[in-house]
Design a protein around this ligand. Structure first.
Ligand SMILES: Nc1ncnc2c1ncn2[C@@H]1O[C@H](COP(=O)(O)OP(=O)(O)OP(=O)(O)O)[C@@H](O)[C@H]1O
Length: 589
């Protein structure tokens, strides 16, 4: 890490908080420290200079070998280096570029919440992996108070830090777009009051960009049209690497969408908006295909890159229940499994409203000097409003098409079959009916199915039995009995057999296709709870944590899970007893 060149495109291209206009002022010992660490509302600017608050004691716990590898580092050398450990915990900072916290706003549970911002995050710098050319921005979560801390303490507790550290790396390893975690450091003498007093930690995280829909919301709230232009140009040039890359992947769907055709030529701002929509539609499909719930899909937790971001009350669902919400406080089920697509679409509409002037202008007004300098003439307003509504409406159709297309593709990949447009009525419908009625472990179901021999004279009872865990008990109060579960499974297996015969797929073909999409392990809430308890009760012994990390970053390859703690591996890959399934979490972290 020491030798890697470090930059910050964000602070280079976007405007700083006018209260601390330069790094020299931030560094000046005469500058009041409250300016860096006390809650206040910024008048303007995309960020403010700040730095991690010093803590009494730091204890390095672990680093993700996969993240280090993606940064272009030697895993072992880096994680053992003192310099690395100091940087990822905020004990030392790189003075150039100087650390900062981002300003953003957000719609939380449907209501606008005003200025939010990095209230416990300090951004460090960007590093580009010389081999892949990929750039990542590193930041520290739980690094202390910033001007965005509002009424809170700037801390993150160890419990939520372990959860975020593990799940972000797990999602990425499964193939789901996510922000990442580099390293985890405990703060043994730093406590935070949550429902009880808890010990704290710092997670060093990385992402190609940390920009959220909330960054745009803030400019709209301030009425800062120059800020919206600046942020949009930054996102196009630096996050998406130029206009030519926008909307390239789904050009066929986008260009042939009738509502898009009606808009005439698309501007770079239209394309940026649609690119963000496409990425988020795909991500929701991933979350649903793997039954992952973020739990708080507010606009401040919706990345412009469609990355899973901010891991509070998240969960991998144990069994398929469309009404499940992982968020204990989400009484209206706003962020439940079935509502995730509409929650993200709500956020895309808010982004469209933030960008209304830019996407409404179209080629007709965008290059008009009056528009650039001053804004809209009275006579243009109807035209611009109509076009902005047109872009958002077209975006809605595209969102729906891409989400459905991607969801079906992913589910079929998990089954090892080739998707057909009618699948939602056929084998996929049969699958979800079975999953919902049998309450079998969702992710384990696919991993079990890919192993089964389903041929001409297959013994359907024996195959059905392979899905039912030894621990299964008839529920005396419902019809969830072994007999009914077997019946339901057999019905699905017969439908499935018909389909694979139509496709002329052998068991081997099917396994070859499916096993790359069916993780053998996902970190469920009950496993995370066990690891958190063990780590806290055993003076930060990293045995469980590192075992969980190995399993989470190698979900398709058991051979990488290590020779240690085999009993944990066995338990963590089995279906759990019903009393620890479908756990919920609260937002406090
Ligand atoms: N303990 C805390 N101290 C200061 N600010 C906080 C704290 N917890 C949450 N916030 C702030 O409240 C807002 C919403 O919190 P949320 O839990 O969604 O974000 P977060 O987990 O802190 O950060 P991120 O989204 O970057 O993962 C954010 O502006 C966040 O910075």
């Amino acid at each position: 890490m020491k030798a890697s060149p470090k930059t910050s495109s964000f602070t280079k291209r976007l405007s700083a908080d006018p209260a601390i206009p330069s790094v020299d002022i931030a560094k000046d010992p005469n500058t009041p420290q409250e300016l860096l660490h006390k809650a206040r509302r910024l008048k303007a600017g995309a960020f403010t200079w700040t730095r991690p608050e010093p803590r009494k004691e730091y204890k390095f716990l672990t680093a993700s070998p996969r993240a280090l590898n993606d940064l272009g580092f030697d895993e072992k050398q880096e994680s053992e280096s003192e310099y690395f450990r100091q940087i990822v915990s905020g004990q030392a900072i790189v003075e150039n570029p100087y650390p900062y916290s981002q300003a953003y706003a957000g719609y939380q549970f449907g209501d606008f919440a005003g200025q939010l911002g990095d209230g416990r995050v300090v951004n460090l710098f960007e590093i580009t992996n010389p081999k892949t050319g990929r750039r990542y921005e590193l930041q520290l979560k739980g690094a202390g108070k910033t001007p965005f801390s509002r009424f809170a303490d700037g801390k993150a507790v160890l419990r939520s830090s372990i959860r975020e550290f593990i799940v972000s790396e797990s999602l990425n390893a499964i193939g789901i777009p996510s922000t990442r975690s580099v390293a985890l450091t405990a703060l043994p003498k730093t406590y935070a009051q949550r429902s009880a007093s808890e010990k704290c930690a710092i997670v060093c995280r990385m992402a190609p960009s940390w920009i959220r829909v909330g960054n745009f919301d803030l400019y709209r709230y301030r009425g800062d049209r120059e800020g919206i232009f600046q942020l949009s140009d930054y996102v196009i040039d630096e996050v998406f690497k130029g206009e030519s890359k926008l909307c390239a992947q789904y050009a066929d769907i986008i260009n042939y969408e009738p509502k898009i055709k009606a808009l005439g030529e698309l501007t770079k701002y239209d394309k940026m908006y649609l690119e963000i929509i496409v990425r988020n539609a795909k991500s929701v499909a991933y979350w649903q295909a793997y039954c992952f719930l973020n739990g708080v899909l507010n606009t401040d937790n919706t990345s412009v890159l469609g990355l899973a971001i901010d891991f509070g009350p998240f969960a991998f669902m144990d069994y398929f229940d469309p009404n499940y919400t992982s968020n204990h406080d989400d009484l209206m089920l706003r962020y439940s499994f079935k509502n995730m697509p509409s929650a993200i679409w709500f956020n895309m509409v808010k982004l469209g409203e933030d960008l209304a002037e830019l996407i409404g202008a179209g080629g007709k007004y965008l290059n008009d000097p009056f528009f650039k300098e001053k804004g809209l003439k009275e006579s243009w307003i109807d035209d611009v409003t109509k076009r902005a509504e047109g872009v958002i409406g077209a975006g809605g159709d595209i969102f729906e098409r891409i989400y459905i297309d991607q969801y079906l593709k992913l589910v079929c990949k998990r089954l090892g079959i080739t998707p057909r447009p009618s699948d939602h009525l056929g084998v996929v419908a049969s699958l979800f009916e079975t999953l919902q009625h049998t309450k079998l472990d969702y992710n384990l179901f696919f991993a079990t199915l890919q192993q089964q021999h389903i041929k001409d004279n297959f013994n359907v009872d024996a195959v059905a039995a392979a899905f039912i865990p030894d621990t299964f008990k008839d529920d005396p109060f419902t019809d969830l009995t072994k007999e009914n579960v077997t019946k339901q499974l057999k019905s699905f297996l017969i439908d499935f057999k018909k389909r694979i015969e139509e496709e002329k797929l052998t068991d081997e073909n099917r396994y070859e296709r499916a096993h790359k999409f069916n993780p053998l392990f996902v970190p469920k809430n009950w496993i995370l709870d066990e690891v958190i308890d063990y780590t806290q009760e055993n003076e930060y012994d990293p045995l469980y944590l590192n075992k969980l990390l190995k399993m989470s970053i190698n979900p398709y390859d058991k051979s990488q899970w290590g020779a240690e703690a085999k009993e944990l591996e066995k338990r963590w890959t089995s279906a759990p007893s019903s009393d620890i399934q479908m756990l919920q979490c609260s937002c406090s972290s």
